[in-house]
Design a binder for this molecule. Sequence first.
Ligand code: PSU
Ligand code: MN
Length: 310
Amino acid sequence: MLNREMLKKYVEVSPEVQEAMDKNYPIVALESTIISHGMPYPQNYNTAKECEEIIRKNGAVPATTAIINGKIKVGLTEEDLNFMATSKDIEKCSTRDYAYIVANKKNGATTVATTVLTCSLVGIKFFSTGGIGGVHRGAEDTFDISRDLQELANTDVAVICAGCKSILDIGLTLEYLETFGVPVLGYQTEKMPAFFTRESEFNLDYKMNNPEEIANTAKTKWELGIDGGIVVANPVPAENAMDEELITDAINKAIIEANEKGIHGKESTPFLLSKVLEVTEGKSLETNIALVKNNCELGAKIAKSYYENN
Ligand code: PSU
Ligand code: MN
């Protein structure tokens, strides 16, 4: 059982986020692995700042999460953001790493899994990011299934993302989410987006037409006591989408190289992301930035609608 008083020892909520909590304002969480391990400097820092601004402009309060010197931070200062964007002394922190990093006063960048976990510690219900982790291709041999999926299965948080990259097995990822009861809601789409491109070959069960519909579905789920998360799949804007052939080719090359080099475990996702960036000569980064911002805008609108009708 969580002891809220005891939690204060570990968690530091920024004044802006604390005020939003006290006043029951909409809050949108943001992860920090995308900053520390998902993008190069200075694009990572600039994108993190812009994401926070977009959330504010759309009527919600941003709460970027990270572990700095063992403190679980919800809402980062300028200095914290800069540290997360530049320091080499930051570990990618998934659920199994969380307690160790806190207990040993280390620095951890939160993945989707640990951002969701952090949200549950402080009661945040919405979280915008780029893409979620999932079932890796070849998982039948490697067992590589991101912890993101289990954390989503267990926690009442809606994650707004552009689907998942086809470095993963998108079909198996959807099956896994179905088994654990996580609804995947397509925002103005009937197809699961594939991160860099607007569509994959996989159909979604529900197409949502506006943020209000999503907020209402989330509210209904949680009021019914159906615990666990929701994935909101928001396709990259058409003008920022990548050429399908170019990206498929880049991903296939990245996977071949990862296999040849024996890259596995927590290194796998960052390795594949940086290879794709290299092979596409930076084009993938532009798309990545555009879709994250797009998800921040939608996340803020959903959160706003949820709190207005609560
Ligand atoms: N997918 C992306 N960009 C990312 C990640 C995934 O397109 O930056 C990061 C997220 O933080 C995600 C994590 O939670 O990688 C998943 O890592 P793993 O597959 O090791 O669980
Ligand atoms: Mn993994």
